[in-house]
Design a protein around this ligand. Structure first.
Ligand code: URC
Length: 315
């Protein structure tokens, strides 16, 4: 006879917590034409008198996780985001002091840093650098890619980059689009435009007597043209912005004769704060993860043959 086979002990509830993970909030603060961005992923975990909800199913002490998410967005509007720490302190204090059943709140914040896309001749990223005031590139290095093919007589070099995240906090609209009975998207004259650029460009160089391009210089310049075109284009669609990025590279870099982009449209939806009696003048956005639009196109030097495949296995 073993102790636990004849007299099994009942299960007891151990440590428990609940909340909302990864509330992706983007707070734009407009200082005239200069915008400031705070981009956070906020996770809330609450603990307290939660036995009954587990044991009997009574939700009397359960502040919904949906409410915790709403609070994150509402606080972004009401208090702004001075720092990740200060924002977390506001939230944690709020949950613990306003809900008698909640005794402990753990707020985790990840902050994604952005730097300004500077215009020609200014130091990229330095705060206060000249630029549009509303164009940003996410900090953290993009990945540079290269594919070299040689068949014993000729070379093909396709270079590129991926994971280059950019955002315009204004200067973008999307309207006048086709509509059918399933269309619910509202036309907008002022939206956030954000994407994670993946681009590949093919050099005209194929060996022989011709000296190869200066690869590093060419990469830096192509990247710079892509960024500037993104920043300086008033966008009517991501497709139009893509075309400007590509044509600018083709026009300024004679060594490149084809460039292909794959641009996810990283949607940012304005949060409806009216239920909380708060306005939202393009200040607080929900950064959606998926699904996302995917806009792809090739730009060619006139007369060049398209050789970058549209559907590669990987970039
Ligand atoms: O720039 C855009 N292009 C689209 O094709 C599209 N479709 C959509 O729903 N939003 C957008 N935005």
């Amino acid at each position: 006879m073993t102790a636990h086979s004849d007299h099994p002990r009942p299960a007891v509830l151990g440590q428990n917590q609940y909340g909302k993970e990864e509330c992706r909030v983007v707070r734009i603060t407009r200082d005239g034409d200069t915008h400031h961005v705070k981009d956070l992923s906020v996770s809330v975990a609450l603990r307290g008198d939660m036995d009954e909800v587990h044991l009997s199913g009574s939700n009397a002490t359960v502040l919904p996780t949906d409410t915790t998410k709403n609070t994150v967005f509402a606080f972004a509007k009401e208090y702004g985001v001075e720092s990740a720490e200060q924002f977390g302190i506001h939230l944690a204090r709020h949950f613990v002091t306003s809900q008698p059943a909640i005794h402990r709140a753990r707020i985790r914040v990840e902050e994604y840093a952005w730097e300004r896309i500077a215009s020609a001749g200014t130091a990229s990223g330095a705060d206060g650098a000249e630029g549009t005031g509303h164009s940003f590139v996410r900090k953290g290095q993009e990945v540079r890619t290269a594919q070299i093919t040689y068949d014993g007589s000729s070379w093909e070099v396709v270079s590129g980059l991926k994971d280059l995240v950019v955002m315009n906090s204004t200067g973008s609209e999307f309207q006048g689009f086709a509509k059918d009975r399933y269309t619910t998207l509202q036309e907008t004259r002022d939206r956030i435009l954000a994407t994670e650029v993946a681009a590949r460009w093919r050099y005209s160089w194929s060996g022989g007597e011709e000296p190869p391009p200066q690869w590093d210089l060419s990469y830096r310049q192509a990247r710079e043209h892509i960024l500037r075109a993104f920043a300086e284009t008033y966008s009517r669609s991501l497709q139009q912005t893509l075309y400007q990025m590509g044509s600018r590279v083709i026009e300024h870099r004679p060594e490149i004769e084809e460039i292909r982009f794959s641009l996810p449209n990283k949607h940012h939806f304005l949060v409806d704060l009216e239920p909380f009696g708060l306005g939202n003048d393009n200040e607080v956005y929900f950064a959606a993860d998926r699904p996302y639009g995917l806009i792809e196109a090739t730009m060619l030097r006139d007369g060049a043959e398209p050789r970058i495949p549209a559907d590669p296995a990987t970039l």
